[in-house]
Design a binder for this molecule. Sequence first.
Ligand code: SF4
Ligand code: SF4
Length: 351
Amino acid sequence: MGNKSLKKLNNPLSSPEFQLNFLSNGVFATGELPAFQDRITETGKPFLYPKSLEILQINLGYMCNQVCAHCHVDAGPDRKEMMTRITLKKCLDLIESAPVKTLDLTGGAPEMHPDFRWFVSEAFKLGIEDFIVRSNLTILRANKKYYDLPEFFKAHNIHVISSLPFYKKEKTDRQRGSGVFVKSIEALQELNAVGYGIPKTGLQLDLVYNPSGAFLPGNQKALENDYKKALNEEFDILFNQLFAITNLPISRFLEYLIASENYDDYMKSLVEAFNPAALENVMCRNTLSIRWDGYLYDCDFNQMLDLKVANPIKHLDNFDLNSLQKRNIRISQHCYGCTAGSGSSCQGSVV
Ligand code: SF4
Ligand code: SF4
């Protein structure tokens, strides 16, 4: 990407409007690469449609104790957006009435939400089959008030999914901040100590890998084997699965791609690796994402671009699953990140 593109780097670079506009133009404006919509049209259908709703992903807010380089949420300690208790109660009503198999709590660091424990306890009573909390690990060691979270997770049969960009200190700290690796290792040991990741306990602990730069993730299974070997040999740590996730060209990662002049090449590599089988299973097809203020999105990534669902019902206030199931999923060029290679979702490869 040359200077022409960099001239667009005026603030607010991180605004959803700027980012969506940049994605829609940029390298695609030259006609060099096909628009993602063409890939949908090639399937013989005009739009991407949802299948049955299985996963409800709730973003409790954007506050986080970390400021990771590639954060697609643009989260950090200074973010003030938080779901209110009124909205949390509406989420509980929805979980009770909608046939969701999986509840996925994310943020920011969801544990920093003042109502986090109350909400988890209430949602637990509703008997969710798979109750995920996305924990960044360091929060478990950030302050004494979080030290008992492994026990709390265990008491509520939480499925813990945590990012660990690599099994070595240097790469992890470069992406997530100085000292993150050591705290993450401590947190993983604490989780192991209460049974997480240990065979036959039923306490699921999964890790997430995402590339440290403008390249696609390697084979998920091979990476998992490398992680398991290294973490076990060096730190005596066990975990269940590793999810390899592609960095989507949005938010802080898009800013990085533009500033490092990697945007065009990265987009080309995503397009060249397009896999139609991944399109069949992208996560927006069985997921709904709820923003901290109750607005509804096809996925967490669309949430960051403020692409609300294409339906008259856009908010929890008048939730209507039948109507939402008939919507067209809103796509843009960032969707190539979900369909490259083995595909990518919040739970790793999709093919
Ligand atoms: S990537 Fe996760 S841990 Fe890092 S700043 Fe974003 S929300 Fe926080
Ligand atoms: S970013 Fe991925 S999950 Fe979201 S709408 Fe596009 S293909 Fe679907």
